[in-house]
Design a protein around this ligand. Structure first.
Ligand code: HEM
Length: 473
């Protein structure tokens, strides 16, 4: 027999054997029971439909449609990866609590490119722990009482003092300026209104546009401009670091830069990314929460009235201590209805709508398999707006938080959860409560034009939330 003939005889039979082998092996290995869903278009999957802008107080047509069709846990293809999307409160909690064991933080590469590889938002493992500890110490309750409360009040009074009776302005812009100035002060002791603070703010606005834009890095795109702004901001931080190092023997400033410089094991790049990520995490979120509170309150006179009474009582006690006395911790602790307003604002407005994770092990949950390496998106907004968990979920109802049933609080994940729970949640509550204190005591306000918040998925009021204020005599 010629070699060719032998090969012809050998190949079909061996091919058949191989096929049978793989078929049987396949039968033995259980196929993963993936949640229902569909992958959408090649490469882009369903990303554009998922990210389509929708009113912030809804979970969007895509989510609503997919939940109706597939249930609260479904599979999709998002951000170029096979993904499990969860609107299920149990799975969301399970994902957050198993950070580092079964799941890991996994933001798109473009975010890491712009926030920096040492940013707390993208770091995992031991390095994340170290950065987190520095941030938590910096934002400890002792500092909140002694340093941050007086500073927040000082900056609130400065912000509100510039509002004239009858003026019309963008409340979103004012909220952004306020929280930016506060973070610039806390991070690098920069004073509001000074030239370098304003320069930093301008660069930061360009930087932010890149964080939320498509990661197309060529001249002229928002992402490209943002990378340039990132370099400018880092140069400013570096200059501050050099100035500090030059002041040998001088007492270290009580700001985040001062704290980070004391951690001699951190490299210059690590300190710079830490500062930038805190500026980002602490500014965008609180400013939107504040703008949303201003928006929801003007539409709910009953809540505004109760809030005002709470702050009038506190102001009366303050006056009894003496004129122009600052707020003290005991005053802040009495702002219980304000805390209900803040919780309800975050539940209904959903400043952080979902977070990015990936499975680092094969995970089995509620009969479904989540394969290792798959992306997982716990969507908090869908849980917060779930009528099975919150009665009349689209209503702004701060009273639901008063003496609330355990479900109301335990289903709430506005600040995330588990080992990555927001490091600045207490500062955020303090900022919003103190700002509301001075706002409701000094002004009435109404929308100057109709506007409402949209999720792009980052939140924004398209017209900037224009309001007209009237000073209270
Ligand atoms: C209303 C305002 C705020 C909201 C809704 C909010 C929400 C969140 C959420 C949901 C996360 C978790 C992200 C994830 O798991 O991937 C987070 C993380 C974080 N937040 Fe906030 N945040 C707010 C204000 C602040 C403030 C004022 C600061 C700092 C000054 C801050 C600092 C951080 C940091 C450092 C992290 C990362 C924590 C870690 O990875 O360990 N946040 N925030």
């Amino acid at each position: 027999m010629s070699i060719t003939k032998e090969l012809l005889l050998f190949f079909p039979s061996s091919l058949l054997a191989l096929c049978v082998y793989f078929y049987l092996a396949g039968l033995n290995r259980k196929r993963p029971n993936l949640p229902p869903g569909c992958g959408g278009w090649p490469l882009i999957g369903e990303t554009f439909a998922y990210l389509k802008a929708h009113p912030a107080t809804t979970s969007g047509r895509f989510m609503e449609h997919h939940i109706k069709r597939y249930g609260k846990i479904y599979r999709s293809n998002l951000f170029g990866e096979p993904t499990i999307v969860s609107a299920d409160v149990g799975l969301n909690r399970f994902i957050l609590q198993n950070e580092g064991r079964l799941f890991e933080c996994s933001y798109p590469k473009s975010i890491g490119g712009i926030l920096g590889k040492w940013s707390m938002l993208v770091l995992v493992g031991e390095m994340h722990q170290r950065m987190r500890m520095i941030s938590l110490n910096f934002l400890s309750s002792a500092r909140l009482r002694a340093v941050l409360l007086p500073e927040v009040e000082r900056q609130t009074i400065m912000a509100i003092a510039s509002w004239k009776d009858g003026a019309i302005f963008s409340a979103q812009e004012e909220a952004k300026k306020f929280t930016f100035n506060l973070m610039a002060k806390n991070i690098m002791s920069m004073e509001p209104g000074e030239a370098e603070t304003e320069m930093l703010r301008r660069e930061y606005i360009t930087f932010m546009k890149g964080v939320v834009s498509a990661p197309l890095n060529f001249p002229g795109t928002p992402y490209w401009k943002a990378l340039k702004s990132r370099s400018c901001i880092l140069q400013m931080i570096e200059k501050k670091m050099e100035e500090r190092k030059g002041r040998i023997g001088a007492e270290e400033a009580d700001d985040l830069l001062g704290w980070a410089l004391k951690q001699s094991s951190l490299s210059k790049e690590q300190v710079m990314d830490l500062l930038l990520s805190l500026l980002f995490a602490g500014h965008e979120t609180s400013s939107m929460a504040l703008a949303l509170a201003i928006f929801f309150l003007q539409a709910c006179p009953k809540a505004l009235q109760q809030l005002r009474e709470e702050h009038q009582n506190i102001a009366r006690q303050k006056r009894e201590r003496g004129d122009d006395e600052p707020l003290i911790w005991e005053d802040y602790k009495q702002m219980s209805f304000s805390q209900c307003v803040i919780n309800e604002t975050l539940r209904l407005g959903n400043v952080v709508r979902f977070v990015h994770r990936k499975a680092i092990q094969d995970v089995h949950y509620a009969g479904y398999d989540i394969p290792r390496g798959w992306k997982v998106l716990p969507v908090f907004a869908a849980v917060h707006l779930d009528r099975e968990l919150y009665a009349e979920p689209h209503q702004f109802n701060p009273w639901r938080w008063q003496g609330c049933s355990p479900g109301v609080t335990s289903n709430f994940m506005g600040y995330g959860g588990g080992p990555r729970l927001c490091a600045g949640s207490e500062l955020a509550k303090l900022e919003i409560a103190v700002f509301l204190h001075h706002l409701v005591l000094n002004f009435e306000w109404a929308l100057a034009e109709p506007d409402s918040a949209f999720a792009y998925p980052y939140l924004d009021f398209p017209k900037g939330l224009p309001i007209k204020v009237q000073a209270i005599a």
